[in-house]
Design a protein around this ligand. Structure first.
Ligand SMILES: [Zn+2]
Length: 461
């Protein structure tokens, strides 16, 4: 919606239910009901609400709404219960995260039956074989679902999930569809126990499963499926952020032999003619790709470390490494023992990092990228300040114990963060002092972390 022309966005049948007044002048509201009635009077659409005096009636009502759920023209996942008397709300106050005067009655996730048409084995970035069920398309919680995760080999065996089975599917956490169980009463006579492949379905190499591991793994480092996933990770937003080369371009380029490994991304000009001869690929899109590849050469060290796809090294660990070392060469040359000396890095991860750089192909990859002109060193800032707040958005409110607003702002910016005036979904942290008012309430409502000056100082220390 955000990226659309506002005129187009205006044509979309968007609607809103307003559920609360943050503050109001010239009116004194005593109850939540008063505020909702006022909103209605002002012409806002207000969500359906009812006031109860007896807790048993509240429970009955929740059950009633649960049963109506399927008949509503929109999706709901529960009912919100709020204390009506606003002065009592004041008395109850908040926990560190939530108001004490409101709670949600969440419905259990919707479960639907459908058929497993086939089970496909996908190969991940690190070679893990993950099974996915292809389903007869079915509506769950407002969207059509045609695939569901089967997690791993043991999950299939434990639940005895077979191709052709009728299964119960739900969205875990209302997002990722998963197969919950088989409806054994509906199992046909011809189904066969699913046999998990012992070979990689993409490259045919033997797939091994180590003791204690959940996944069977393809160990072929040049397995095309793994290379593709590694490349997708490398260009992704939190890694090297090569915006105009996404999963589908990578797939097409690999199919055409334009790229075979990550450093090929930095040699696109050698394949320019071939690229331009492809469908829907003009001079303009070629140039955009080239530009975004060029821009990726200037990324910070921590992004480069993350982009390499070292097992268990996520964004956070990559940042920790980049803070403790000045360049990728230093990291490559370091040891398990040295990594372990860093507070945030445990034994297992330390071992993984060392093992990663003991593999020659990974060192070759680093060298090739360096040669291509990719930044592999820590950028020097004048003040040598850490960049702990890189990309984080702060809002300040209330009186801080020692810092002035300007000093706090300067401190945040020096460490890579930014400060804005009002709390929104985009805010990462609210720095709150004494007499923090509506901004604090808003932050609580949006679930935004609230920091004290002390916590802020500890962070930059
Ligand atoms: Zn493979």
């Amino acid at each position: 919606m955000r990226q659309l022309d506002p005129k187009l966005a205006a044509q979309r049948p968007l609607d809103i239910f307003v559920f609360s007044i943050e503050s109001v002048q010239g009116q004194s509201l005593k109850t939540h009901e008063d505020s909702l009635r006022l909103l209605e009077k002002l012409g806002f659409k207000v969500g359906e609400f009812q006031v109860f005096e007896d807790m048993n009636r509240v429970i009955e009502h929740c059950e009633k709404v649960k049963n109506l759920r399927g008949d509503l023209p929109f999706e709901i996942d529960g009912v919100v219960l709020k204390l009506n008397d606003l002065s009592q709300r004041e008395k109850l106050g908040y926990t560190s995260k939530n108001p004490k005067w409101a709670t949600a009655f969440k419905f259990p996730p919707e479960e639907v039956e459908t058929m497993v048409r086939s089970i496909e084995i996908q190969v991940g970035r690190t070679g893990n074989l993950t099974p996915v069920a292809h389903l007869t398309p079915v509506q769950i919680s407002g969207s059509t679902v045609s695939k569901a995760t089967l997690h791993n080999e043991d999950y299939i065996a434990e639940k005895d999930i077979r191709e052709g089975d009728v299964v119960v599917v739900r969205k875990a956490g209302e997002i990722i569809p998963e197969v919950v169980r088989v409806n054994m009463d509906k199992r046909g006579p011809d189904t066969k126990v699913f046999e998990f492949p012992k070979k990689c379905p993409v490259c045919g190499s033997a797939a091994y499963r180590n003791e204690g591991e959940a996944y069977r793994q393809c160990l072929n480092a040049s397995c095309p499926a793994q290379v593709r996933r590694k490349m997708e990770h490398f260009v992704s937003k939190k890694a090297m952020q090569i915006e105009h080369i996404g999963a589908s371009i990578i797939e097409r380029f690999m199919d055409q032999g334009i790229i075979e490994e990550i450093p090929d991304l930095y040699r696109l000009e050698e394949k320019k003619e071939k690229i331009l001869s492809m469908d829907r690929m003009g001079e303009k899109s070629y140039q955009r790709m080239k530009d975004s590849v060029e821009a990726s050469k200037q990324r910070d060290l921590h992004r480069f470390v993350y982009a390499l796809g070292i097992p268990y090294v996520g964004e956070k660990t990559a940042k920790v490494l980049a803070e403790n070392y000045d360049s990728i060469d230093e990291i490559v040359g370091s040891s398990k023992e040295a990594f372990e000396q860093i507070d945030e890095i445990g034994t297992v991860i330390a071992k993984e990092i060392e093992a990663f750089f003991q593999e020659e192909r990974n060192v070759v990859l680093v060298e090739a990228l360096k040669k291509a002109g990719v930044n592999t060193e820590k950028k020097k800032t004048n003040t040598q300040a850490s960049r702990v707040f890189e990309g984080k958005k702060f809002v300040l409110t209330g009186t801080l114990p020692t810092l002035t607003r300007d000093q706090a702002k300067e401190l945040i910016e020096k460490h890579g963060g930014s400060v804005s005036g009002s709390v929104s979904q985009k805010t990462d942290y609210l720095l709150a002092g004494e007499k923090a008012g509506s901004k604090r309430d808003k932050a609580l409502e949006l679930g935004i972390d609230i920091l004290t000056e002390e916590q802020l100082m500890e962070w930059v220390r």
